[in-house]
Design a protein around this ligand. Structure first.
Ligand SMILES: [Cu+2]
Length: 493
């Protein structure tokens, strides 16, 4: 009996070994995990990889597999490379400050190169960052796969072969004071000294808001393509305008408060790893692994994604024409995460609110007499500002030419980051936006415009698209649009 048992076990083990070997031959999906859930070994490997990237940039700041170059893909359209290398980093100078200095240098004998520029305020936002991360992760994994390189912090290994970018789920309470603990250790390569500090006395984003946004179709969720909405080029999707921008400039601050410097702060990568998780959830819910389904499609899939990346990591389906294709290939390469080699490991706390809780909420005419947005953001910093802004406008609801596809286009000429609050209220009710009751009841939506750091990118007039579709529908069903007014209030951040 015992022998049979051992024999059976032996066969079973052999079978399992064969099975595991078989799986290893097909592509292994690496897991992006919550940074708070990493083992000490996994966190050490991530930090070792990041450190090696910095070490490379110290030897040659123009190394495409160094940290500086990888960060420039997000924020530098022009870098001047001199024939003789510029000065080295001074003792005590941060990596970020040094890279910023190098990026600003202009040489007479310099060769001008184009690292890249992130896509924001349009439908390319999510897929562009996903492509950027595909290459960034390959660079990390190939930093020290054998685990034999001694980095400048004195660490040899561990192997970086399975490193992925750990995500920061900012909808959970922070494990550190304000950010995940791993980012708050001043001795760590993940630390950056110019972020906002202190424990916020509010949660930043409610999971219910995430759940609400993920229910949208592509244009609502992911943004608008260029030149499809009158004269307006592109346009925000809800996630970008209602959450992403605020996280950069209101919550994180420092390097993160401008696209020009954001990627110098390593927290940028973990923040966007969670943004990409959210995109992945949307794609999965909508069966969009090829970028389209029978009633919706990601727009601009054929659009080339800008960025000078190491061509050796190109996806097999990207048939780059040397000298012609300078970017990361088209968006259509990226909706399916499987060829990209990663997936997400999530815990129950990483998921959103139960869908039913969102569905209970009724805008304006509901039993709570509280707007949907107020309900979804109550007790967070995403609620409307309790003050008169620098610019207030009013307009009729019916026939408002600034309404497109359920979005209100709010125009501004402010050149810093700002918040726009949109109130939709009966004409007979005065817009008393400093009154809490008025705000709670009539706040249709609130969004953030994140300043572009590069002045050449900024339009003379800026626009934020604010989603008010449900309020319009609710009013149409219960009242007469003629009796309603739109008030917008713009507050500088
Ligand atoms: Cu971002």
């Amino acid at each position: 009996m015992l022998i049979t048992n051992r024999f059976t076990k032996g066969v079973l083990s052999l079978f399992l070994i064969l099975l595991v070997a078989g799986t290893a031959n097909s592509q292994e999906l690496l897991k992006r995990k919550n940074i708070d859930s990493l083992t000490s070994q996994e966190l050490a490997a991530y930090k070792h990889a990041i450190q090696i990237l910095h070490d490379r940039s110290m030897v040659n700041p123009y190394d495409e597999e160094g940290y500086a170059w990888q960060a420039w893909i997000h924020n530098a359209t022009y870098i001047s490379i001199p024939q003789t290398p510029p000065r080295s980093k001074k003792p005590g100078e941060s990596y970020a400050d040094y890279y910023n200095y190098i990026a600003g240098l202009r040489f007479r004998d310099g060769k001008g190169v184009y690292p890249g520029m992130c896509e924001h305020r349009k439908d390319l936002f999510m897929l562009w960052h996903r492509a950027e991360f595909y290459y960034f992760e390959k660079v990390l994994q190939n930093a020290d796969p054998a685990g034999t390189i001694k980095d400048s912090k004195g660490n040899t290994g561990p192997s970086t072969a399975k490193v992925t970018v750990p995500y920061w789920n900012f909808t959970n309470p922070a494990s550190g004071k304000r950010f995940p603990k791993a980012f708050e250790d001043p001795a760590s390569v993940l630390y950056r000294g110019n972020r906002r500090v202190g424990k916020p006395d509010y949660p930043f984003t409610k999971k219910a808001l995430l759940q609400d946004i993920i229910d949208g179709k592509w244009l609502v969720f992911g943004g608008f393509p260029n030149a499809t909405r009158g004269q307006i080029s592109g346009g925000y999707g809800r996630f970008e305008a209602e959450i992403h921008d605020d996280m950069h400039d209101t919550y994180c601050g420092g390097d993160m408060s401008s696209p020009k410097t954001a990627a110098y702060d390593p927290i940028f990568y973990s923040f966007h790893s969670y943004v990409d998780f959210y995109l992945d959830e949307w794609l999965r819910l909508n069966h969009m692994e090829h970028g389209y389904n029978s009633n919706d499609t990601i727009t601009s899939l054929d659009f080339p994604l800008r960025g000078t990346v190491p061509a050796k990591y190109d996806l097999p389906d990207y048939h780059r024409k040397p000298g012609v294709d300078m970017g990361m290939g088209s968006g259509s390469l990226y909706p399916n995460h499987i060829p990209l080699g990663y997936t997400y490991e999530v815990t129950p706390e990483d998921h959103y609110a139960p869908r039913d809780r969102v569905k209970e909420v009724q805008p304006i005419f509901g039993k709570n007499a509280m707007s949907l947005k107020t309900t979804l953001t109550k007790g967070t910093s995403l609620v409307a500002k309790n003050k008169e802004g620098i610019k207030q406008t009013q307009g009729t609801l019916k026939g408002n030419t600034r309404l497109h596809n359920g979005f209100l286009d709010v125009e501004s000429n402010i050149t810093t980051s700002y918040r726009v609050d949109v109130y939709i209220h009966p004409k007979i009710v005065n817009a008393t936006i400093t009154d809490q009751k008025f705000r709670d009841k009539y706040l249709a939506n609130s969004a953030n415009y994140w300043i572009m750091g590069d002045a050449s990118m900024a339009d003379a007039t800026t626009h934020v698209n604010i989603y008010v579709d449900r309020e319009l529908e609710d009013i149409s069903n219960n009242s007469n649009l003629n009796d309603w007014t739109v008030t917008t209030n713009i507050t500088k951040l």
